[in-house]
Design a protein around this ligand. Structure first.
Ligand SMILES: [Zn+2]
Length: 440
C-alpha cells in the first residue's frame, strides 16, 4: 500500500532547517521518496496536503503514561513532597483497570498532539498492561517498569525486593523487547538514586550491558533531591551514577537541571544523554536546565513532557516552545532556535534511543513516522514554517499522524481508539483510585 502526500511544505529536519516544497511518498512502512516523486505504484492513494507542513513525528524521551490519571491531583508541591504525598500513593493504588485507563488516556493525548515515539517509565507493577496498550496503539515506544527497592516515603505497595525488581524487568525483556517488528523495545528503569540500592544499580548496569539495552533514570532534577543524594551517597548524583556504572552511552537521564562542572564532564565523557523536560521543571519549581551549555559540550539532549501530574499537558510542541524560550533567557537569543528545538524533539531524541537510522527525520528509506500540520489553523499568514508552528499554536494544526506508514490520526481523528470511550473509562476510574490511595 502506498500513499502520496501531494504538494506540501516538507521539513525534513535532517541537517538543515531549510524547508522544501513537494510530495512525500509512503511505500508500506517506509518513506519511498521526497520532493518530486516519479513513477507512482498503481494502487497509490493520493492525499492533497497543500497548505500543510509535513515533518517527522515528535520523539519524547521522558513520559509516564501511568500518571495520566493523576493530572491535577498533585498541585503546588516541590518534587520530593509531590512524590511522597501524591504520586507514589497514587501509583501504589493503581490496579489493572485504572492503570490501563491511564495509559490509554496518555496515548490518546500524545497521538492527538503529534507524538509518534515515546520513552515511557511505568510504575513497579503491571508492565505487561503498559506493553499491551503500546502494541495496540500503534505508537513507537521504548518502555520499562520502574525499579524501587528502597527509599524514604516509598509506600509498601510500590517497594520491591532487589531480586524481585530485577526478575520482573528480566521477564518483561523476554516478553516484549523487539515486539511488533521492533516498534516496541525494553529499557531498564531504576527510578532514581534515592529509591534504588547500590546493589540494584550495579546489577542493572551488568544486565543492560550484557543485553545491550538502554537505561533510563531521573537525576539532578531539584536542589533538594540533589542534596539528598549527596547526603545518602557522599557523591554528587552524576558521580554516583558513574561509580555504579549507570552513566554510559546507553544511559538517558531525565532532567539534568542542577549539574556542576564535574558532572557535566561525566555526562560528556560517558556520552550519557539528557531528556530535558522544561514544563515539568518549571511547574515543580525545580529550575531550568542549561540546554545550550549541554549542547555546547556535545551532550545529546532530547525533550519530554514528563507525566500529566507535573505538566499537565503531554504536548511535545509545547515542550519545544518552552525549550527555545527558556534557552533565550538563560543563554541568549540564538542559543536554541525554533528549528533547533524541533531537532531536539525529533532527530536528537531518536539518536538517544538509538533509532536514528530508522526515524527522526524525513529521508528516503526511513520509517514513515510523520505528522502533517494544517498551518492555516495557526496564527499566520506567513513566515518561517518552524517558527510559525512553534510560536503560533503548534499541535492545534495536527491533521494526520503516522507511524510505520499507518495512520494513527487521520483528519484529526484517532483511528485505533475512540476518544469518548477512553476519556469516559478514565473518568470512571478516578474516584475509586482516589479512595484506594486515601486521598478521596
Ligand atoms: Zn519523570
Amino acid at each position: 500500500m502506498s500513499v502520496l502526500l501531494r504538494g506540501g511544505t516538507l521539513l525534513p529536519l535532517k541537517d538543515t532547517p531549510r524547508p522544501m516544497w513537494g510530495d512525500l511518498l509512503i511505500s508500506g512502512t517506509r518513506i519511498g521518496g521526497l520532493g518530486k516523486v516519479d513513477g507512482l505504484p498503481p494502487d497509490t492513494e493520493v492525499l492533497d496536503v497543500s497548505g500543510c507542513v509535513v515533518m517527522p513525528g515528535v520523539v519524547q524521551t521522558h513520559v509516564h503514561l501511568v500518571q495520566t490519571l493523576f493530572r491535577g491531583l498533585a498541585e503546588d508541591m516541590p518534587l520530593l513532597q509531590w512524590l511522597r504525598t501524591r504520586v507514589w500513593p497514587l501509583e501504589a493504588a493503581l490496579d489493572e483497570a485504572s492503570l490501563r485507563a491511564s495509559v490509554r488516556l496518555g496515548l490518546l493525548d500524545l497521538l492527538l498532539t503529534g507524538t509518534t515515539t515515546i520513552l515511557d517509565m511505568g510504575t513497579t507493577k503491571h508492565g505487561d498492561i503498559v506493553a499491551e496498550e503500546l502494541v495496540r496503539s500503534g505508537m513507537r515506544a521504548r518502555f520499562g517498569q520502574t525499579m524501587m527497592d528502597t527509599g524514604e516515603g516509598v509506600p509498601p505497595g510500590l517497594l520491591e525486593t532487589t531480586r524481585a525488581s530485577l526478575d520482573a524487568s528480566g521477564a518483561l525483556v523476554k516478553r516484549w523487547h523487539k515486539a511488533s517488528s521492533g516498534r516496541i523495545g525494553y529499557v531498564y528503569m531504576p527510578r532514581f538514586a534515592l529509591s534504588c540500592t547500590r546493589e540494584l544499580l550495579e546489577a542493572v548496569t551488568q544486565l543492560a550491558k550484557l543485553s545491550d539495552l538502554l537505561v533510563h533514570t531521573h537525576s539532578n532534577e531539584s536542589i533538594e533531591e540533589r542534596n539528598a543524594v549527596v547526603m545518602a551517597t557522599g557523591r554528587s548524583p552524576m558521580q554516583y551514577l558513574l561509580d555504579t556504572g549507570i552513566a554510559c552511552d546507553r544511559a538517558i537521564i531525565a532532567h539534568g537541571v542542577h549539574l556542576d562542572d564535574q558532572e557535566l564532564e561525566i555526562l560528556k565523557n560517558t556520552k550519557t544523554s539528557v531528556a530535558h523536560c522544561p514544563s515539568s521543571n518549571l511547574k515543580l519549581g525545580a529550575g531550568i536546565a542549561q540546554v545550550a551549555k549541554l549542547r555546547a559540550a556535545r551532550i545529546t539532549v532530547g525533550l519530554g513532557a514528563d507525566g500529566a501530574a507535573c505538566n499537565n499537558q503531554l504536548d511535545g510542541f509545547e515542550e519545544m516552545r518552552m525549550a527555545t524560550l527558556l534557552a533565550r533567557v538563560v543563554s541568549g537569543i540564538g542559543s536554541l532556535t525554533a528549528s533547533d528545538a524541533m531537532a531536539l524533539a525529533t532527530r536528537e531524541g531518536a539518536k538517544m534511543l538509538k533509532i536514528d537510522a530508522e526515524v527522526g527525520s524525513l529521508e528516503q528509506g526511513k520509517r514513515a513516522d510523520l505528522v502533517v500540520l494544517d498551518v492555516n489553523r495557526l496564527d499566520g499568514p506567513g513566515g518561517d514554517p518552524a517558527a510559525r508552528i512553534l510560536f503560533g499554536g503548534g499541535s492545534r494544526a495536527i491533521r494526520h499522524v503516522l507511524v510505520d506508514g499507518e495512520f494513527l490520526v487521520r483528519d484529526g481523528v484517532p483511528t485505533k481508539m475512540d476518544p469518548n470511550e477512553v476519556r469516559a473509562k478514565a473518568a470512571e476510574q478516578l474516584q475509586p483510585l482516589l479512595k484506594r490511595a486515601g486521598l478521596a
